[in-house]
Design a protein around this ligand. Structure first.
Ligand code: FE2
Length: 137
């Protein structure tokens, strides 16, 4: 999953965090491919979870502050990710690195991230730029 400028939404703090999320997801995926220990995987997975939650909170703060009408939809997607992430983490804690878990981590999480950044987050980036421009008029 290669980060490119196409993923930028135009708010530098958010772009930097998205980039970090891409890197963390890739690291986790590579660790699984290399067959690193469950302890290492657990660590990377936990870090990714914490980071994603902090990132969502920050994004939502920007949205609230700019009275973004698409906030409810964003909240829904963020909650969806958080819920799915918890399910995967829980499954991993219970059953270890089953093929199903490896598949979910390697495919689902990254795909969600890509689609979310290219979809709803891009839309927010456009809105935010317009809102900022109006402010300075
Ligand atoms: Fe988002």
């Amino acid at each position: 999953m290669q980060w490119t400028n196409d993923y930028k939404i135009g708010i530098s703090v958010i772009d930097a965090q998205h980039k970090h999320l891409f890197i963390a997801t890739n690291e986790l995926s590579e660790a699984l491919s290399k067959g690193l220990t469950p302890a290492v995987i657990n660590n990377l997975l936990t870090q990714l979870g914490f980071y994603a939650v902090r990132h969502f909170q920050m994004e939502e703060h920007y949205m609230t502050e700019s009275s973004y009408p698409g906030l409810p939809e964003q909240l829904k997607e963020h909650q969806c990710f958080t819920k799915r992430f918890s399910e995967i983490s829980e499954d991993f804690k219970q059953n270890g690195l089953s093929p199903g878990i490896v598949h979910s981590i390697q495919n689902e999480l990254g795909l969600w991230l890509k689609n979310h950044v290219l979809g709803l987050d891009q839309a927010f980036g456009v809105y935010y730029a317009t809102a900022q421009a109006k402010k300075t008029e």
